[in-house]
Design a protein around this ligand. Structure first.
Ligand code: SF4
Length: 348
């Protein structure tokens, strides 16, 4: 006869069953009230649920390592209020023209030697011109030949441009929604939310995988965060990568001097993203230099499973590689292995 389980253990096991039954459900029909309810959950309940789901889709001891390189820096005509690369703000940033293919390959090789499996190339454009796109296509082909996953972020794209990049060997295109639609208008005036959604559609139509997330700590409300994650989780397909950035306050930009965000709110956002999009890589992106090791550990527990390695993220600081290696070692975590051609979904 089966012994009765102590009540607390039974509750834990039953909760596990509840998590297990959710693990198959990849939903794109979330309603906003469900997302709001997740944000309102007691912290421990939210983390328990997020971690359970994380475990059912990923090895929680693995973290994907990406490296981000700014291949063209500054002089951007857009007015994103957080960005030192906008030509409108005096931040002391030195503009750099588009790099050569050889220079990019040198950076990619070095990143691969440090354990990065994905190489992201970022250029400060509203939208790339044909000549620029051709040079970037050559970079993508060369990095792809090194056996790395490739990602690019170049601003708005048409379907034809996205198809050109796909033919060059691009795996992912990054295009963040940044915030909720209503808050977006307060931080950017040179384009609208629909422009972002149109580029994401063009990228999907071209058969590229989507990397899309947002920035937390720009003065938005919890409602804005819920709306951002709701929009991401109800796209026709969940983005394969969901970067969650914490605002890096750069002197000279309009968002410099914002009230710092409660770190637990950031962790909460990671946990909600993990629950809504259980199969996506949730990336702990900009702002890690401001985060304690304990906060990053909580983020990993809540479902973050991707970070950027390297001392710079486009133009802002990132923890140095040895600090990251030390943190991962102390947490018993290791870099996710590079995907091979037979890994299917995750690889071209
Ligand atoms: S975030 Fe991108 S589009 Fe906006 S100003 Fe910076 S480089 Fe330009």
């Amino acid at each position: 006869m089966q012994e009765r389980l102590p009540r607390r253990l039974a509750a834990v096991l039953h909760a596990d069953v509840a998590v297990e039954t959710q693990c198959d459900a990849i939903r794109t029909d979330w309603v906003l009230a469900e997302v709001q309810a997740l944000f309102a959950e007691p912290f421990s309940n939210l983390l328990y649920r997020a971690h359970g789901l994380h475990r059912s889709w990923f090895d929680p001891t693995e973290v994907q390592i990406s490296t981000l390189l700014s291949i063209k820096t500054g002089a951007c005509p857009e007015d994103c209020a957080y960005c030192p690369q906008s030509i409108r703000y005096d931040t002391g940033l030195k503009d750099e023209p588009l790099m050569s293919v050889d220079e990019v390959v040198l950076h990619a090789r070095a990143a691969r030697e440090r354990g990065a499996t994905r190489f992201c190339m970022g250029a400060a454009y509203r939208s790339p011109k044909t000549r620029q796109l051709e040079q970037i296509a050559a970079m993508i082909a060369a990095v792809s030949d090194l056996g790395m996953e490739t990602c690019a972020t170049l601003g708005m794209l048409s379907v034809e441009q996205a198809e050109r990049l796909k033919r060059a060997g691009l795996d992912y295109y990054n295009h963040n929604l940044d915030s909720s639609e209503s808050y977006y208008r307060k931080i950017i005036t040179t384009r609208c939310y629909q422009d972002r959604l149109d580029t994401l559609q063009a990228v999907r139509d071209a058969g590229l995988k989507v990397c899309c997330g947002g920035i937390i700590g720009m003065g938005e409300t919890v409602q804005d965060r819920a709306e951002l994650l709701h929009t991401l989780a109800t796209l026709p397909e969940h983005p394969g990568s969901v970067p969650i950035n914490q605002l890096v306050q750069v002197e000279g930009t309009p968002l410099h001097g914002m009230e710092p965000l409660d770190p637990l709110e950031f962790v909460r956002t990671i946990a909600v993203a993990r629950i809504l999009m259980p199969r996506s890589h949730v990336r702990l992106s900009a702002g890690r230099t401001e985060m304690s090791d304990e906060m990053q550990a909580l983020c990993f527990f809540a479902g973050a499973n991707s970070i950027f390695y390297g001392d710079k993220l486009l133009t802002t600081d990132n923890p140095d590689v040895t600090r990251d290696q030390d943190l991962l070692a102390r947490l018993g975590m290791r870099p996710e292995a590079a995907k091979t051609a037979t890994d299917g979904e995750e690889r071209r």
